[in-house]
Ligand binder design. Sequence first.
Ligand code: UDP
Ligand code: UDP
Length: 467
Amino acid sequence: MAITTTSEGAPPHLALFPTAGMGHLMPFLRLATMLASRGCNITFITVQPTVSAAESDHLSSFFSTHPHIKRLEFQLLPYKKSEFGSDHDPFFIQFEAIGNSVHLLHPLLSCLSPSLSAIVADLLVASSVSRLASDLSISTYTLITSSARFFSLMVYLPQLAQDKNTKYNAGGGNGYIELPGLGPMSVSSIPPAMLDDNHILAAVISKNLPSLFKLNGILINTFNWFESEAIEALNSSGVAPHLAPILPVGPLESFEVEQASDLPWLDEQAPESVVFISFGSRTALSKDQIRELSTGLEKSGCRFLWVLKARKVDKDDKEGVEDIVGESFLGRTKKMGMVIKGWVNQEAILAHPAIGGFVSHCGWNSVTEAARLGVPILAWPQHGDQRINAEVVEKVGFGLWIRDWGWMGEKLVHGNDIADGITELMLSENLRARAKEVEEKARQAREINGSSERLLQGLINSFKSKE
Ligand code: UDP
Ligand code: UDP
């Protein structure tokens, strides 16, 4: 949907700055195309090197098809992994490494022409970027790539740390915390890394939180109807007083969605007959869990399209599909389904009429894509923000979440249970109807006077009036 801007003034020039991983890159690329199609000049900052091949491949193809968006490449300062303690998750290390290199951007951004009006940066570098922006005398925004619900938890974190010895421990880890305006949140949904002061993730978050009070605005990839409770809690200062203005501008969308999924097998399947299984860009199930999932798919008797990942970082993922799930499974299920290893266009798949359900880890981009495209979810969160995101799916009512399945690989979920879950997902008329309703609400948020579109347009106009 291309929307022409109505208010007068020179086009604003904005810099967009994501951090590491496809889950952070995708929403920034979407925001870039949405702002560009509404008349903004965009400079998109990309760091070298990237952690995954998916990031570098995606960036090359994006800039070749979007020549009007300028790419500003930026070489990270060299670092040793050991500088970052004992957790060697390469994505977490990259968050820190990018934050430590931000000052190098000053000369690159100060000489841009026309000069910048603002920078929109990932939360995980917001603190160093807001210092940089203040030196450059430009406005600073952040784009939250997770749910408003998870963001509320993040901003409540300092308060939570103070409560640790009281309410949190009173639950013995099985209890609930009360987030003002959000009601009870199960402690077991909070990623343990966030509660561990020595964890690199907790350190990155707490370093960047103070900047949230100084920013010009906080964009979130969500929409009012979808997460009204959390948005209200953030707006009313319930979870933290004096936050920058909250701008739910989602669901962010790509413009290439209409393109074919490029899977002739899918084109031959009956409408809403295929279950799509994917755990995002950086989550690998154990070999045992992969085996149980293959058993479950076969037992469900349902048509399936499964994107298989065996390693967290794609560059390390060298085995073939047959080495992982076995030739005999592939032979037996030849007519029933497809297993793909490698990058697929997930949005195009979710948009395909043959897809009737989505077994998802509930990465926030996956959740918002399923919402926008009206696909019900079987939530199988694995780590990070995914349980809190699954709570949103459950509350909105367009998905199932079987909490007993555990997360972080703590339990092996058996094939029979997986088959039951998939059957329930694919047979539920209620979920399907609710997913269509969610799709309609997402569409309305993006209409010209819709809640998200109004905020995005208001933001662009505010830059124009400052020119
Ligand atoms: N994605 C995709 N193809 C793949 C794997 C992932 O297009 O093969 C996209 C997916 O549509 C989403 C993003 O990559 O936009 C992954 O983000 P999400 O928040 O769902 O999960 P994460 O990868 O961060 O765990
Ligand atoms: N982790 C993993 N596999 C993954 C993603 C994360 O083993 O695909 C590990 C990671 O190394 C980290 C821990 O799980 O030490 C907790 O990760 P977290 O839940 O914080 O991940 P996030 O989703 O926030 O990136």
